[in-house]
Design a protein around this ligand. Structure first.
Ligand code: CA
Length: 224
């Protein structure tokens, strides 16, 4: 899942980025409202974390622009003061939730999980056949066996599960699992698909990860 962070305070932005990356999210950080608006309008993010006090374009304007474009991406606003007026204005302008600074990372992380869930109208458990992922405890089980996945493998599988039985292209995978600094000429997607396949499909039946030649991949329990 790929998250856009629009926050001008470098320390706060770095703290959010580090925490989210440790949980396997792909994170893009921008430091003003103008760039934030551009990023949100031109890339397909799964969630946006938006500070309200921003240079160039204030956060509330960024939010209004995103909603005017009818983008339904969940937006979590950060307010410094936590005044009632700011919160209400933010929620009225289409924010999904808000968090008052300073906050504990665990709380931000929990709110993000709720937003992603709300977006996909799913619970913390994603399931396909005998494969089960819990996005809160970050565990994966297939046919009763616990499967250990590295961060990016987990993110990749989460994306495939959220799009189960739909073909996803390499570009879609890159956009949702890796951040903007990703080197698109490398074969990192195929490498990660292969290691994931070894972990979730080897020794199990039926195979769930299917290659759609020349297009991408589909996670399905039906023969693709
Ligand atoms: Ca700020």
């Amino acid at each position: 899942m790929r998250i856009l962070v629009i926050e001008d305070e470098q320390k706060v932005a770095g703290f959010i980025r580090n925490g989210l990356e440790q949980e396997g999210y792909a994170v893009d950080v921008v430091y003003d409202g103008e760039e934030g608006t551009y990023q949100a309008e031109n890339f397909d993010y799964d969630a946006v974390i938006l500070d309200l006090m921003l240079p160039k374009v204030p956060g509330l304007q960024v939010l209004k622009k995103i909603r005017t474009r009818n983008l339904t991406v969940p937006v979590l606003i950060l307010t410094a003061k936590g005044t009632v007026d700011e919160k209400v204005a933010g929620l009225d302008a289409g924010a999904s939730d808000y968090l008052v600074k300073p906050f504990a990372f665990a709380e931000l992380s929990a709110r993000i999980r709720v937003l992603l869930r709300r977006g996909a109208q799913e619970s913390t458990t994603l399931r396909l056949a005998d494969l089960e992922m819990n996005t809160a405890s970050r565990t994966v089980i297939r046919a009763g066996s616990k499967i250990d996945l590295k961060l990016k493998e987990f993110s990749l599988l989460e994306f495939l599960l959220r799009n189960a039985r739909r073909t996803v292209t390499r570009t879609m995978i890159i956009e949702h699992v890796w951040d903007i600094h990703f080197d698109s000429v490398s074969n990192v997607v195929d490498v990660h698909i292969n290691t994931l396949r070894n972990k979730i499909d080897r020794g199990f039946s039926p195979p769930l990860i299917h290659t759609i030649r020349g297009v991408g991949y589909v996670l399905t329990d039906e023969s693709a």
